[in-house]
Design a protein around this ligand. Sequence first.
Ligand code: SF4
Length: 702
Amino acid sequence: MHATSPIRTTCPYCGVGCGVLATPTGPESALIQGDPEHPANYGRLCSKGSALGETLSLQTRLLYPQIGPRRVGWDEALDKVAGEFRRVIDTHGPEAVAFYVSGQLLTEDYYLANKLMKGYIGSANIDTNSRLCMSSTVAGQKRAFGEDVVPGCYEDLEQADLIVLVGSNAAWCHPVLFQRIVKAKQDRPGLKLVTIDPRRTATSESADLHLAIRPGSDVMLFNGLLNYLRQHDRLDFGFMEHLVGLSQALEAARDSAPSVPAVALACGVPETDLVRFYQEFARTEKTVTAWSQGVNQSSSGTDKVNAILNVHLATGRIGKPGMGPLSLTGQPNAMGGREVGGLANQLAAHLEIENPRHRAWVREFWNAPRMAEQPGLKAVELFQAIEQGRVKAVWIMATNPVVSLPDAAAVRRALAACEFVAVSDCEAETDLAAYAHVSLPAAAWGEKDGTVTNSERRISRQRAFLPLPGEAKPDGWIIAEVARRMGYAEGFDYAAPRDIFVEHARLSGLHNEGRRLFDIAGLAELDAAAYDVLPPIQWPVNAEHPAGTARLFAAGGFPGPEGKARLLPLPPQPPFNPPDLDYPLVLNTGRIRDQWHTMTRTGKAARLGHHLPEPYAELHPDDAARWEVADGALVRLESRHGSALARARITPDQQAGSVFMPMHWSDVQARRGLVNALVNPVVDPVSGEPESKHTPVRVGAY
Ligand code: SF4
């Protein structure tokens, strides 16, 4: 394990999925370099990735199993988890238990958690923090293409003549992809960048045009674009044989967004800027539209995704070099989780839980004693069900819902009331730890083996390069041990992560014959040595595409009925809770450049704390004057759900009437700096993703 030559692995932070070369320099340190051969980054790293070697300290790690505050052995802890789950299932049925997991899990761990819950416990109550970031894209792609598929690849960003970034501060949140965009612009000054975001950000500083749209008006903007393309005869008639629903989508676009002035007014942008964007889009065939949480985290997030997909389908700009829609995934393995069915409304391998034939296939493949028959509870409703006492035992893995879910006070109430809470985590001192009846020390990045899938469908290996500290164990081992103690030893007998991966690969090819694009049957025969050296590869990987697949859908071939894609009619919906006299400002939440999620890793690297060291609230100067807030003052933000403290930053980059606050700080790290104490628990009715970008708040002096 103490290798002196670098180990090839993958960054554990964002969905870019950069390749990393890690050379251990001690039990808690490593030299980190970008992997020049990894196609996601070709050697580049951002500030977070390059500081990974400074985040390996064991100082605050959870290193031993605990029952309450008492240190116990693994046997006692695992018996307790298995026993409590068995007790609740036997007394109240399988719907009374749940897993809440994470895009930080490796695909193999995710697969086992999903198999245990859906195939053995017999409930679909397993959801993931990917619900909070990507589920609107999952739902939108499923509606449009028939399957949750990203059509293109990162290289398209370098081959495009126009890149449109929607609801994405890529310069901070997907920095290496943004570096690739900036480099492409330097090499080809003709490449245009348009940013669409209520805020002016580090990303929009590099843009040729920035549209600071009114929060929530994205569907109106893209309906207007679809209507403009129709009016200017820019639809691709040759591609229409691959589509259904075009005329209805065009009609809805015409009705809701009849003219450029009407759209400009509704979106709050200058008409001249809107015309520039529409003209640029209309005349530039090689266009990539990439989006992130600004689109997804909305009560109409799925419609926003489909509004973007509508224009790319109607113009045939999909799956060809330099053109297509590109969802920028939040987490390193948000897509791997989707592949194994980690969301409560999915089965493994992109099979459908509502489909009896799919359920029967999976049941037979797993030799499952009790298959889930219906979708389970999605993240927000799952914690509401815990608070209501309908779910009585929950196992939380590799995520901290107290910090990351909306309406934090309700999440705390739910966990306090829950009969049994098991927590698998790397860190001991979190806001969640206080609610754990059993704490299970999980292996961290650099200590475990498996795979992740990034935003361009590329599967990459994460490899261990450090010894397991204390008594920490990989998540997959912990899940299999609990399964064994629940009486399911036969289904969870794996010697190594490779065994799980090849089972997952075999399942992806089951009854497939090209029906589902998530097909990695071409990797099902990997032996241990081949798995060990598996190079980054984009699915599908099968007999037809043994070396993987960069792009899909250029010539149709959609997984939906009759091989066609669907455009949707999309009447624009406003955000669920409008501001009012009591709460007149709109809170928007997001990430900052140098921190990741709840800062359990990035918080350990001192240099990452220098950029923005404390929770802050960005306000427009007009709002600051109106509410008598001075730059640098400590302010109190209040919503109908709670309050939080932050340092005021007054900037014209912030749209008047709105306030931005980052999502990273918990109460452990910065007392009362928790933004989700404020956020309303409103969700998209299709995807279940929370509206984290739009909560009415008020601001006042501390
Ligand atoms: Fe890691 Fe994302 Fe930075 Fe790449 S861009 S080094 S994956 S945080």
